[in-house]
Design a protein around this ligand. Structure first.
Ligand code: ADP
Length: 282
């Protein structure tokens, strides 16, 4: 049972979160039904694409078990600075990744990438709350949140703490196993009342760099069919591209580096649809 003092403190913290989040125009949760479908890759490339379009963007990585955003953007080991905030506790400074894009990740606060974190539900909730409350984002057009896969504690905490108006982008791969999990994700968004901007089908077909022939390694089209079935918009397909793996391993943002590739064009088209959908409603 919580004491009155604890309840008061929680209410004060919730108020601080609302104040901080209130300076962010659009909040986008990137979700997936299962791991390994490229959710972090999509989140990072969406954030970079939005920043390239001149939007002021924050990218928040709350994947406590596998924070990969610092690695994907070449920011591993970046020392996070703190600065005073008047009479409150010091604030964490979001890390600049490129013009218009700042990043915060649990990965910056772990001693090493190999550190295993054992967090129980309430600890995860508090960590996510702290990120939303104690990070100096400033005024943002978009906060893109890379949530851990599934429909567990963290996506729930993010949805509850961000509050409306937030939007979800759901990432899947085309094969049936991933699609089954993503349906749960769609149901989750409906339960927590976060409107879904649409579905991205990642790893959709592979164009062989040698012969130019396309192979649907994980099939293609399952994401669109699922979106149609569930009555949600389909945002686009991102093909399998070895350049994406290489960019991720080297920590260089993929989209500006391979601007002419099919995958970069797919991200650009997806971001246009997301902006059109979100900016017309808010
Ligand atoms: P998740 O966040 O869903 O666990 P990641 O974004 O970490 O997945 O991606 C898992 C792996 O798949 C990474 O090595 C990433 O580089 C690779 N990957 C993601 N999307 C693509 C793609 N479209 N083409 C090739 N590799 C990809």
């Amino acid at each position: 049972m919580l004491t009155d003092a604890q309840k008061q403190q929680m209410a004060a913290e919730d108020q601080q979160v609302r104040q901080r989040v209130g300076r962010i125009k659009h909040r986008v949760l990137v979700l997936s039904g299962k791991g390994g479908v490229g959710k972090s890759t999509v989140a990072a490339n969406l954030a970079v694409s939005l920043a390239l379009k001149g939007r002021k963007v924050g990218l928040l990585d709350v994947d406590v078990h596998g924070p990969s955003i610092p690695h994907l953007l070449g920011l591993t080991g970046f020392p996070v600075q703190t600065s005073g905030s008047g009479d409150g506790p010091p604030l964490l400074e979001a890390v600049p990744a490129m013009e218009n894009l700042r990043v915060m990740s649990i990965g910056f606060l772990l001693e090493s990438r190999d550190t295993a974190v054992i967090w129980r539900g309430p600890m995860k909730y508090n960590m996510i709350k702290q990120f939303l409350k104690d990070v100096r984002w400033g005024d943002l057009d978009y906060l893109v949140v890379d949530s851990p896969p599934g429909t567990g504690d963290e996506p729930l905490a993010v949805a509850q703490l961000l509050g409306p108006p937030s939007h979800a982008v759901v990432v899947t791969t085309p094969q049936e196993l991933a699609l089954t999990d993503v349906r749960k994700c769609v149901t989750f968004c409906r339960q927590v009342q976060v409107p879904i901007v649409g579905v991205v089908e990642n790893m959709s077909g592979f164009v062989c760099p040698h012969c130019g022939k396309e192979s649907p390694i994980f099939k293609t089209g399952g994401g669109r069919a699922m979106a149609d079935q569930m009555g949600i918009p389909f945002l686009g397909s991102v093909p399998l591209d070895p350049g994406l793996v290489d960019a991720g391993d080297k920590g260089t943002p993929y989209v500006p580096r391979f601007a002419e590739s099919d995958a970069a064009r797919a991200f650009a088209a997806i971001v246009e649809k997301i902006m059109a959908s979100i900016e017309s409603t808010t």
